[in-house]
Design a protein. Sequence first.
Length: 170
Amino acid sequence: MIMKKISLIITLILLSFVALACSKEEATTDGKIDSIEEVTKKRGTLICTRSATSTNSEPFFQYTIDYNNDKILKLHSIEGITSTDSSILDTYYDSYEKISSYYKDLKYYDTNVTRKNNTVTWDTIINYEKIDINALLALEGEEDNIIKNGQASLTLWLELAKKVGTACTY
């Protein structure tokens, strides 16, 4: 039951981002990454961003991924929205807090939701080297997940990111 609620909430947030008319940048390419295969054979850090536009608000998305070959070691995501409309800020704050509450007892999945002035920010750090993958999968479900063979797959993450117009550099 909890897994269905989490899936529903995550789906609603993702749909809201898609509804915000995300720009369709060429995912994982900005002249620095030739292919997913190229980057997943290395060790390093990717910086990924996604643009979106919306009426009465400005969403922002940034992801920093430390990886080794196709294995994500740590994912730091900063997502949020800036708006002068307090009802938009309330909606995002409540949604981010609700999602974060499901992960509060999961070690190495750290979230922080803040609201300052006209901005709501959801800051998440997932340490995939230390997190209990089985506990994570119990919360999120195994379908449409980036976990492959018990590890977070950079290839699967990049494929998902591409679908929503994310661009990465390293």
